[in-house]
Ligand binder design. Structure first.
Ligand SMILES: Nc1nc2c(ncn2[C@@H]2O[C@H](COP(=O)(O)OP(=O)(O)OP(=O)(O)O)[C@@H](O)[C@H]2O)c(=O)[nH]1
Ligand SMILES: [Mg+2]
Length: 335
């Protein structure tokens, strides 16, 4: 029997079980999740995203090491890992993971988006709630950034690190996919390969353009420009790393922590969390309403009648749908 106190005291076994039950949408797990909320809000959530194979897992592995040096407890969730995080095909990866496997203050788990009823972002969000309640200081979420279908890491993480590699053309792709707008820290990994400096400069240039665009948007019409419009904003950083041998990882670790510091000092973390909670709340509402409507459609004969009526032109599909919504959620909307 899974006990709430086992989660609160940080039991890895209990945490892993609860996350699995949440993935399976088990009602008992949802009840436990509800009571965990009071224990959350302390963890710093970092998103690490980028194209397949850019070195995200290797980078995270090196980050864990640095965060452990600072006595931080670290949890990692790899969402849809293309190369499995643990027991992967690459022997080197397995060996690297080995150094954290016995550390009671490190927890690593992968999640697959397939078969998620509430959507992946919800399952990942719920998993971070569990890890937060378990007492981890840092929660790192690894996701593969791949265009439109990309899991919306920005709605979950406090800080988003975007990983690219030299001359991969990722810079241009990032602009196209709108990724440039969501990143707080940009990492040019595999800097031991050619054109690392060029990619670094290219990224810095694109970010400068992004800032000028944001700056222009903040200008009040007809008034002289203000330097920062009165609101301090985090200036995105670009760093070069070689995850394989740890080059640049210490700086990266400190950049993540200085981001947290900046956000807290300027009261920006709270407002970011509020926006994210609002998004999550909306997702919950949508899921609940959809569940109700699906239930109604399964049980009620109304749907069959309505479909016939639509075919016979007795009613139209818009009115029929409005009627179902009014019947199920009990709130009158204009029919
Ligand atoms: N040369 C070089 N290779 C690296 C570096 N970092 C990682 N690699 C290698 O790149 C390959 C992919 O690394 P992963 O860490 O699995 O990359 P990933 O982005 O997590 O990959 P997916 O999860 O499959 O998307 C491995 O063979 C790593 O050893 C680096 O800084 N330099
Ligand atoms: Mg990976």
């Amino acid at each position: 029997m899974l006990k709430i106190d086992d989660i609160r005291s940080g039991s890895h076994l209990a945490g892993a079980r609860l996350i699995r039950l949440i993935e399976d949408n088990e009602p008992s797990a949802i009840e436990l999740l509800k009571s965990l909320y009071a224990n959350t809000g302390k963890a710093f959530i970092i998103g690490i995203t980028g194209s397949p194979g850019v070195g995200k897992s290797t980078l995270i592995d090196a980050l864990i090491f640095q965060f452990r040096e600072l006595s931080k407890k670290v949890a990692v969730i790899a969402v849809d890992p293309t190369s499995p995080y643990t027991g992967g095909a690459i022997l080197g990866d397995r060996l690297r993971m080995q150094r954290h496997a016995t550390d009671p203050d490190v927890f690593i788990r992968s999640m697959a988006s397939r078969g998620q009823t509430g959507g992946l972002s919800r399952a990942a969000k719920d998993a971070t709630t569990v890890l937060d309640a378990m007492g981890f200081d840092i929660i790192i979420i690894e996701t593969v950034g791949a265009g439109q279908a990309q899991f919306d890491i920005a709605s979950l993480a406090h800080c988003v690190g975007i990983v690219s590699i030299p001359s991969s053309g990722d810079g241009i792709q990032a602009v196209k996919a709108g990724i440039l707008e969501t990143g707080d820290i940009f990492i040019v990994n595999k800097s031991d390969t050619p054109d690392a400096d060029l990619s670094f400069i290219e990224l810095c240039g694109m970010l400068e353009m992004r800032q000028s665009r944001e700056f222009l948007r903040t200008l009040p019409p007809g008034l002289p420009p203000k330097t920062d419009n009165g609101h301090p904003t985090w200036q995105p950083k670009v760093l070069k790393t070689i995850a394989q041998d740890g080059t640049g990882i210490k700086e990266l670790t400190h950049t993540f922590l200085s981001y947290l510091d900046f956000m807290k000092k300027n009261n920006l973390l709270k407002s970011k969390q509020k926006t994210q909670e609002k998004l999550y709340f909306k997702t919950l509402l949508k899921d609940l309403i959809l569940e109700k409507i699906n239930g109604f459609m399964d049980e009620s004969k109304y749907v069959e009648t309505a479909l016939n009526d639509i075919q016979l032109n007795i009613t139209d599909p818009i009115s029929a749908a409005q009627h179902v919504v009014n019947k199920t959620i009990g709130h009158k909307i204009k029919e």
